[in-house]
Design a protein. Structure first.
Length: 337
């Protein structure tokens, strides 16, 4: 169970698809009154489709509350999907029995947003990292301890820290412990749920560089969830943009940042600072008016129409089709060309 180095190239357009999401929906019921009668649903994720190729990083961006984390958890079946399918290596995750799901669990892991909340303060670092090994009975005794030390070394931490507790480490070090735990079972696919959001800016780049190094050495595939568009531009191969439970645009990183087609994507990117004072002074920002609608009562037609600066009458009544433009770009907008 050694961490072997391998030369990895960036995934090609025809690379094998590892994760395929087809019309995925996750709705949470809303209950009211003393009798707890069902009064509606929260459409956290509402009919989205995309794929993640083996060896690539797909960035998933959008405002807080748009459903990004729910997508990641539904892919790993930490949340049960209301509709649609999630195919992992050709197998439908939602259709698997608990026994079959347990067999496939080691191949897909998650790195959580808050490194302090996701680590048990009563357990040592060694116990935390070894927990997946104990649960799936893949190593024991001296072999398990060797694996823990190997994982600590892989994420840039001193193996002598194995008997310390989480509170003795900084935020960045705690996140490295979480990464080591996610790597324990040698997964193929990792959902990175805003892994740098709770860290100081000075530490964020270190963690992202670590994730990139591990991907190159181990051939990992990432779903990188974030609201930091600058960081996503650095790490992602392709980027999907979410708004109110829908994916509104998906394109290669360079194409999306150079030429966004959906009005929401244009507004998001206009708010990203450019490290060039001359360029920053000349460019204009798109200011969206109004509030984000409630996912319990989304607008008819296009979900973005209530804030869209170019919305037309058609946008009120007809939901835009998730369609392909040139170069494999996908977009859900009547006006995108």
């Amino acid at each position: 169970m050694m961490l072997e180095a391998a030369t990895m190239e960036r995934p090609r357009q025809d690379a094998e698809v590892l994760v395929r999401v087809e019309n995925l929906s996750v709705h949470f019921p809303v209950y009211k009154g003393i009798l707890r009668r069902r009064a509606g649903v929260i459409k956290a994720v509402d009919g989205i489709s995309f794929e993640i190729r083996k060896g690539e990083t797909l960035g998933l961006v959008g405002e807080s509350g748009c459903g990004k984390t729910t997508v990641g958890r539904a892919i790993l079946r930490l949340y049960e999907a209301t509709g649609g399918r999630v195919l992992f290596g050709g197998q439908d995750i939602a259709a698997l029995s608990r026994r079959d799901l347990r067999r496939i669990r080691p191949r897909m892991q998650m790195i959580f947003q808050d490194p302090q909340a996701c680590l048990n303060p009563r357990m040592t670092v060694s116990s935390i990292i070894a927990e997946p090994l104990d649960e799936h009975r893949t190593a024991s005794g001296a072999a398990k301890q060797d694996r823990v030390r190997e994982l600590l070394d892989a994420v840039g931490m001193n193996p002598r820290f194995a008997n310390r507790y989480p509170h003795e480490f900084s935020g960045g070090q705690r996140q490295r412990i979480g990464i080591a735990r996610a790597l324990a079972l040698e997964p193929d696919f990792i959902v990175c749920d805003e892994p740098i959001a709770a860290l100081d800016v000075s530490i964020q780049a270190q963690v992202v560089n670590l994730l990139e190094d591990l991907q190159e050495k181990l051939g990992l595939t990432y779903l990188f969830i974030s609201h930091d568009l600058s960081m996503v531009r650095h790490i992602a191969d392709r980027v999907a943009v979410m708004y109110l439970g829908k994916v509104v645009e998906l394109a290669s990183r360079d194409a999306l940042y150079a030429d966004p087609r959906h009005p929401y994507t244009k507004a998001l990117l206009s708010a990203v600072p450019i490290p060039n004072p001359a360029v920053e002074a000349r460019r204009s920002r798109i200011i969206l008016t109004g509030d984000v609608p409630s996912p319990a009562n989304p607008p008819s037609g296009c979900v973005f129409r209530t804030r869209c600066p170019v919305a037309e009458e058609k946008c009120r009544s007809v939901e835009p089709e998730w369609r392909e433009l040139e170069g494999g770009r996908m977009v859900a907008c009547h006006l995108a060309e």
